[in-house]
Design a protein around this ligand. Sequence first.
Ligand code: ADP
Ligand code: ZN
Length: 601
Amino acid sequence: MDAMVAPPLDAARERLRQVFGFEDFRGVQPRVIERVLAGRSTLAVMPTGAGKSLTYQLPATMLEGTCVVVSPLIALMHDQLRSARANGIAAATLTSADADWRETMDAFRAGALDLLYVAPERASQPAFRDLLSSAPLALFAIDEAHCVSEWGHDFRPDYRQLRPLMDAFPHVPRLALTATADAHTRADIHAQLGIPEEGLIVAGFDRPNIRYAIRHRDTIVRQVAALMDEMPGPGIVYAPTRAKVERLAEQIAAATGRQVRPYHAGLDPDVRAGNQAAFVESEDMVIVATIAFGMGIDKPDVRFVAHAGVPKSIEAYYQETGRAGRDGDPAQAVMLWGASDFATARQRLAEVPEDRRPSERARLDALAGLVETAGCRRAVLLRHFGEHPPESCGNCDNCLDAPGVTDATELAQKLLSAAYRTGQSFGFGHLQKVLTGSPDERVVQRGHDTLSVFGIVGGEEARLLQPLARALQARGALVATEHGGLQLGGDAKAILKGERSVEIVVPPARERSRRRGRGGAEANPVGDPLFEALRALRRDLAKAAGLPPYVIFHDATLREMAALRPATRSALGEVQGVGAKKLEAYGDAFVEVIRAFADST
Ligand code: ADP
Ligand code: ZN
C-alpha cells in the first residue's frame, strides 16, 4: 500500500479542517462528497440545515476546474458567495445584479475560480455555453433541484434548460441538491437532470436540535414573549394575515421591549426588504411575518419559529419550522393553535373543487393528528415523511412532559347530542351551559333546560368539555358554521353510535415549567462577559466588513472560544469553525479580547 496517497475522503477531511475549521463531516456529507470526488453524478436529498452547500464547496476546492452552481435566487447566491469568500474560497456570481461580470468571466477563463454561481436563466444562453467551453469544469451543482419538477410548487421552467447545457459537457459530473423528499419530485429530478437512479443519497429528515411543541393558543402575546425569554436569539413568528402580522408585531414589541419587525407582501417593497436585511444581520430581532417570508433566507442562527395559527399542511409546517436552528444549536418550534383555525380551514374545503376535496381533507386530518397526538410529535412528523422513527424523541413537548390521555367517547356523545338536540345552531358556550345544567336566560327561553341532555355533565368531566370541543373540531366531527353554531360533521354519527372512540389529551392543570429537558447545556451563555465581549467584537467586524455577524463566526464558535479561552493564534485555530482564512483575518482580534479578559479576571 502506498502511504503517500491518501484516500480521497481523508484528504477531504483534512481540507474540511483547514478551510472550514470543522472537525468532521455530518450525516451523509461524506457519502455525497466521496461520489462527487469520484466524478459520479448524484442526487442528494438532505433536510434544511444538513449542510448541503459543503458537499460541493469542499470538492470545488479540491478538484481541477470550476464548479458551476445553479441556484434559483440571487439573494441565496449572494449569501453563499459571502460565506464562501469568508472561508477563502475563490467564488463569484454571474447574475443580473452583478456589475463585475467582466472580471468574473476573465477569472473563469483563467481557471482562477473554484465556484461560479449562476441563475438558471443563463443556462439557455449560447454565450454562456461558449463561456463554459473556455475553461475546465469540475462539477455542475444544481441547488434547489426540485425547481425542475412541475410536481412541486416551486417549478422554474428555466431549470429545464439545464439538461441540454450539461449534456454538452458529458464528462462533467452533476450534483443535484434538494430538501424535498417526495418520491414523485425525486423521480422528476433524476429524469430531467440526467442523474442515474443509483446516484440517489437520502439523508434522514430528522432535525434533532429543534424542539417541537404544540399548544392551545390562549394568550398569544404572553406565549410568544415567554418563548422569546427562553430563546433570546433571533426568531420568526408566522401569522396568517397581514393585519394579524401588523398587530402582533406591535403587541409583542410593546410587551417585550425587543426589536420586532413585520414582514408581509402588503408592505412597501423597500420597507419589506429593509426589514428582511435587518433581520438577517441581527442577533436578537424577531420578525412577525406571513408565510411569504422565509424562502431564500439562509440565516443559520434563528432560535425559534412560532406559528400563531395552524399552518397549511404538515409539509408546510416542516419547511417553515426547518428555518430554525440551521447552525445545529438548540432551537424551538412552537405552534399555537385554536379551534377556529380548523373551523376556517374546514369551511374553505367547501370552496375547493370537488375532485381535490378528499386530498385537502386528508391534509387537514393529518395536521389535526399532529396537533391532537399525545405521543411524540417528531415521530408523527417523520412517519409522515415515510421514515420509521423511534416512539419517543426526548425533545418535544409530549416526550418531555407526557400529557394524560383520557377516553372521552361518552362525553363526546353527550356533547354531540347536545349540539344535535339544540338544532346545530349554537356555539360552544351555550352547549356547555346546557350540558352542565346552568339555567341561563337564553337556555330557559329556548326550553333547553327541558332537554334530556340538560345538566348531564358535572364535576371533573366539565373541565374536559372545552379541550374535547377543540379536539372534535380539529378532527372535523364538529364544524363551526359562519354564524358560530356547531354542526355535526365528519365521523360524528359514528361516535354517537359508539362505532368510533374519542381519546383526548388532558391539559395540565396549569402550564407547567418549560425549562426542562436538554438544551440548556449548549445554549448561548448570554450574560457571560467574555461571550458578550466576543459577540461585540464580532458585531464590529461584521459592521466594518458589511457582513452579517454569522458569516464571521457562528455562535457555536464564540461559545467554544468563551469556554476554552485560547490565548494564542494556533490555539484559536483549534476551535471549530475557525479555518485558515478566518484565522488569518480575525484571529488576532479575537485572541486579543480573550487575553484582555484573562488578564482582568
Ligand atoms: P443546507 O443548505 O443544507 O440547509 P447549509 O449548507 O446552509 O445547509 O449548512 C447549514 C450549516 O451547517 C452552515 O452554517 C454550515 O456552516 C454548517 N455545517 C455544514 N457542514 C458542517 C460540518 N461538517 N460541521 C459543522 N458545521 C457544518
Ligand atoms: Zn418526542
